[in-house]
Design a binder for this molecule. Sequence first.
Ligand code: SF4
Length: 311
Amino acid sequence: MSEREHNLDGNKDEFFQGEVHHVSASKIADQFWCEMQLHLKLQLGLEPTPEMIKGSEIHRSLEEELGPVIEVEVTTNEDSIIAYILQMYSKLVTFNTLQVTRELPVIGKINGVPCLGIIDQIKIETDNEGKKLLVITDYKTRKSRRAPTYEQKRRNRIQMQVYWHLLSDLKSGKFSEEMFKDYFDMPEKLIPSEELLKQLPEEQIKLLEVTPPPELLTKVFEILRNLPEQSFELHAIYLHQEDRSEVCNDRSLYHQESFEVDMDWALGYWKGERKPSDCPQTWMCKFCQFSDNCSYFLREYLKDKKIKEEK
Ligand code: SF4
């Protein structure tokens, strides 16, 4: 069951009545590529590109390597919450069994703003001193066989830092079961609809009969608290879209102080404390689908045109 299927993914409805309802790890990361582009994307929308579709297919097949992917369509808020809890639970059970899991949903708060994400992979790795640590990995797909630019790597490192922070708060209890219930406005009794049950495999139906969703949520938080120590190392693997060969392997570190500085800047936008920033690297504009609507680009373009005309 994928978070992408049940509308709690942070890709929609960021704002509710003008207030930020939640942000997603990927949108925070997008701010470190070009914040203006993210702003225009939120305003104008973006149809999935062939690259994005290809990327989703590769992520899905990586997820399938560890077990079947169960897709459900939900139409009620209660079913959405149940599907989310089920997904968290099944991914954590996979982790406890295989010492690796993929597409794990995480939730928490950053500077008071709820944040959602899906971690591509968590896995137990042994460090140089023989210590077993939990390592976060993010898979990125690339059309080109060239290594990503510094800006692309930086964007993706930020995304993994957000995951690290969310997982750490779930593990330590800083983001608690009560906070989860508050965020989802979770009713005390949570009963799956017939429509949802029809889509679930037999073992999940039995699981819900024996362990009602609120109890399952308690188990989820128990497993989270008992996860192994997190490594500060963050691992990004870039795969080529066609043959999935490895294009680049980028290891970086989570660093609390720099994360706080970055998040103070990023969350300022979501809280409405400042306007979106212009693009810091003009070369990015060449690849941008929003240049026709971008005041920064049009300003620079007109400036260039004027200079050429004056020559
Ligand atoms: S045209 Fe350039 S500055 Fe404008 S949104 Fe696109 S990348 Fe950002």
